[in-house]
Write a protein that binds this ligand. Structure first.
Ligand code: ZN
Length: 133
């Protein structure tokens, strides 16, 4: 039976790890993990643990319902665009940033800030969030 990519991802989060893939052909990272390299399409991939470290490029607040109903109790949340050390871009909830306009404006004016993964759980499933350091 082939290995489930989704199960591998969630099992990683439960173990406080962020699992992606690295391509043996072009060395590119793919996150979230999929069956093929997002850079060259190769299926020759290795599982890798991502660093969980990166820069939050900008942050806003959620203005639309969450992508999954299980996240609704978390609203309102700060939503950040993050570039991981591996070069991958991730959009995720930022757990320690308030959603008031003054706070969000201050982050906008400050520019990129360091963030680390802050894996949480709701509805029996973990989710990947980040926090500023
Ligand atoms: Zn590749």
């Amino acid at each position: 039976m082939p290995e489930s990519i989704i199960k591998k991802y969630y099992d990683g989060l439960k173990a406080n790890k962020i699992i992606g893939t690295k391509c043996r052909k072009c060395s590119g990272y793919t996150f979230p993990p999929t069956t093929a390299c997002e850079h060259c399409g190769s299926f020759d991939l290795d599982w890798v643990e991502m660093s969980g470290k990166g820069k939050m490029l900008f942050v806003s607040h959620n203005v639309a319902p969450g992508p999954n109903p299980r996240l609704t109790p978390l609203a309102p949340w700060a939503y950040g665009h993050i570039q991981l050390e591996e070069g991958i871009f991730v959009q995720a909830i930022i757990t320690n940033v308030a959603t008031d306009p003054a706070t969000l404006r201050a982050f906008y004016e400050k520019g990129p800030v360091d963030v680390v993964a802050d894996i949480k759980e709701i509805g029996g499933l973990p989710y990947l969030a980040f926090k500023t350091t």
